[in-house]
Design a protein around this ligand. Structure first.
Ligand SMILES: Cc1ncc(COP(=O)(O)O)c(C=O)c1O
Length: 357
């Protein structure tokens, strides 16, 4: 009736809706800090652009090439417009890449821990996922071990940079050194969902895509751009992957609101910079607090922090009862908290002090 490999596939555990949590705990205010969303939301120009869209479009298919968005992104990232594949969130690009590249019996390599969607889609494609633990002390990717894990069945390697859930950033030079040692037949996907939040101004490998046919960069508007609900992501890749991915994707995967709204978002770089500055300043405050209280965490370059708290379920339940929804489902000892507003972060710090032994 179905593929053997996915009989026991566990569905992605989506967030519990805010209203359900509030009712359960009798909360007036709930800070949702469990899905790495932006508490600042998108540029106001996004809603303006969407509202200004004529209803006349509704009866017609959208622009299958997402031309406006394609041009805006190509200009912003200084890449060829013919190197961009758009999708319903970076999630769709992850699905498309695994669908395009993996066949039963091949394998892919990921750091452990990392974003769970990579392995989920590999399983659907009946491919094996080899997990290479990150350095326990620093959270950094073990590039040597990743390379050692490559064999003649390896079709792709994933790097979220900065990584989710660790928040750890790998310098561009280290990624390029790794890529140079990787067989040309192995695709390296660098998922830069959080790269806007990095302190480093040169935090992307996008400019190297034109030099490496086996390098793909993923981006999303869900995080720093505050548009998780609009569902816009894209991949940067060159031939031969680009034309094939364009053929594999659904012809009208982005609707006009996504195209118009996404374009307005990427054009408002002043707004993006403001958001990033606020997140960076809250990150410094939070990490100082953790350091001061001898709490183990990895140095984050994202809008979330991976913190060792001991009994994750106990800590998660306590924080939720106080109105702070965090991700306690990923590990028995570590929780992932997204940075919220300054007020919520202050409250969260207090609640953490109360619950961590
Ligand atoms: C590393 C990483 N990649 C991709 C995604 C998916 O992003 P999108 O909302 O664009 O599908 C996430 C979302 O949490 C993520 O953490």
């Amino acid at each position: 009736m179905m593929k053997e490999s996915i009989k026991n596939l566990a569905a992605y555990e989506a967030e519990i809706p805010a209203e359900v949590v509030k009712a359960k705990y009798g909360l007036q205010h709930l800070a949702r800090l469990s899905a790495n969303e932006s508490v600042y939301g998108p540029s106001p120009k996004v809603a303006q652009a969407i509202k200004a869209t004529s209803d006349d479009i509704l009866g017609y298919y959208p622009d299958g090439q997402a031309t406006l968005l394609r041009q805006a992104v190509a200009e912003l990232d200084d890449v060829d417009p013919e190197n961009l594949v758009f999708g319903v969130g970076a999630d769709e690009l992850i699905q498309l890449l695994t669908r395009t590249i993996l066949t039963p019996g091949t394998n892919m390599i990921v750091p452990d821990p990392t974003f769970g969607e990579y392995a989920l889609h590999a399983q659907i494609e009946q491919a094996e996922t080899k997990k290479v633990p990150v350095n326990v002390k620093s959270g950094h990717v073990d590039f040597k071990a990743m390379l050692a894990a490559v064999d003649d069945k390896t079709a792709m390697v994933w790097l979220a940079n900065p990584n989710n859930p660790t928040g750890v950033f790998e310098p561009v030079a280290d990624i390029l050194a790794f890529l140079d040692k990787l067989p040309k037949s192995v695709v390296l996907v660098v998922d830069e969902a959080y790269y806007n939040f990095a302190d480093e101004s040169d935090a992307t490998v996008a400019q190297y895509v034109k030099d490496y046919a086996n390098l793909v960069v993923l981006r999303t508007l869900s995080k720093a751009y505050g548009l998780a609900n609009l569902r816009v992501g894209y991949g940067i890749m060159t031939d031969p992957l680009y034309p094939v991915m364009q053929a594999v994707r659904l012809p009208y995967n982005l609707n006009t609101y996504q195209i118009i709204g996404g374009t307005a978002a990427v054009k408002d770089q002043a707004y993006l910079s403001e958001v990033v500055a606020k997140v960076q300043s809250e990150r410094i405050k939070f990490q100082k607090f953790l350091h001061h209280n001898d709490v183990t965490f990895y140095d984050s370059q994202t809008n979330f922090i991976w913190i060792k708290v001991g009994d994750t379920k106990k800590v998660g339940a306590y924080l939720l009862s106080k109105g702070y929804q965090v991700n306690d489902r990923l590990n028995k000892e570590w929780i992932r908290i997204a940075l919220g507003t300054p007020e919520d972060n202050e409250g969260m710090r207090q609640a953490l002090l109360d619950v961590i032994e």
